[in-house]
Ligand binder design. Sequence first.
Ligand SMILES: Cc1cc2nc3c(=O)[nH]c(=O)nc-3n(C[C@H](O)[C@H](O)[C@H](O)COP(=O)(O)O)c2cc1C
Length: 322
Amino acid sequence: MLQTKMTEILGIKYPIQCGTMQAISMAELVAPVANAGGFCCLPAAAFQTKQDFMNEVKKTRDMTDKPFGVNVGLFPEMTATVTAEERIDWVIESGVKILETAGRSPAPHREQIAKGGLTHIHKCARVRDAVKVDGLGVDLVSIVGTECGGHPSMEEVTTLVLIPATLDRINKPLIAGGGFADGKGLMAALAFGAAGVNMGTRFMATQECPIHPDFKKKLVETPETETVLVMKTLMNPSRVLRTPGSEKILELEAKGASLEELAPHISGRISAGGGKEGTFDKGMYPGGQVVGRIHDIPTVAELMERIVNEAMEAKKKAGRPF
Ligand SMILES: Cc1cc2nc3c(=O)[nH]c(=O)nc-3n(C[C@H](O)[C@H](O)[C@H](O)COP(=O)(O)O)c2cc1C
C-alpha cells in the first residue's frame, strides 16, 4: 500500500521515521514506533558506556521484534568521552543492523560501517552534502530543511525546495525531513519522489514520548511562529522553541558570547533535564516550525494509523480534477 525503497531497505511497513531525538528516542518511544510499522533510532550519544547502551538495546528488543536503528551523531560534541568509531563498534557488536549517522561527512567511517554489515542512512542538511554522501555507498540519504527541529544547515533552505533540489542530484533513495506532521505531508514527499519522511517534533507530542507532560502541553500550545535558530554564531545552528532559555542564548550571541560563555546554556544535558522537569527558563528545547500543526497528544499507534489513513486519502484526492 505504501511500499517504497525506504520500507524495502529497512524492512518496515510504512515509510515513516520518527526522527532520532537525543535523550528522548529511548526504548519507550523507539519500540512503539517499530511496533506500529515505522522506524526509529536509539541515540548512541545518550550513553557514556557500552554497557548502558547495550542495556537500552536489550530493553528495546524486549519491547519489539521489529527493526529499529541506532543514530551516531558526527556533530562536534562538547562533552564526548567516547568517539564515533567506538560508538559504531557498539552498534556492530549489539547486532542492530541499521545505522543512521548525522552531521559531518561519514566518509572516514564508511569502511568500518560496510565491514560491520550495517545498512547505512546518512542525514544531512545541504544538497552538496547529500551529493557527496550519495557517492559513498550509503543505502539511504536523509535531508532536513531549515524548518526542522534540531540541526538544519546555515543556509536556511526550506524543505519544499531542498527535497526536489536534492532528488535532482542524487541516485540513492531519499528520506525527507523538516516540517512533516501528517499523511498529506507524507504523500507530498512521495509525490516529489522521496522514499519516505522523517518526523521528529510531531512524535514528541505522543503519549509514549518520555518528556515532561508540561513540555507536551507546550508543544500543543506553541504556534509555528514560535521557534528560533540558536547557535548560528557557532556555525552549528539549532532550531528550538522560543523560551526564556533560548531568548537568553540569542541575547548572548548578539553580544558576541564565546563558546565557553554559551556552553552552560546550550549543553544537551541541561535541555534533556529541563524537558523532564517541565521548566523552560534554562537551556533549549529543540522543536521545528511544524510544532504549530500539533493539536493533540495521541499514542504512537494512533498517530501512525492517522498518518497512513491521511496519506491514502490525499492520494485519492490528488487523482481528482481540481
Ligand atoms: C527534541 C529533538 C531532538 C533532536 N535530537 C537529534 C539528535 O540527537 N540527533 C539527530 O540526528 N537529530 C536530532 N533531531 C532531529 C530529528 O531527528 C529530525 O531530523 C527532525 O526533528 C525532523 O524535523 P521536524 O522536527 O520538523 O519533524 C532532534 C529533533 C528534536 C525535535
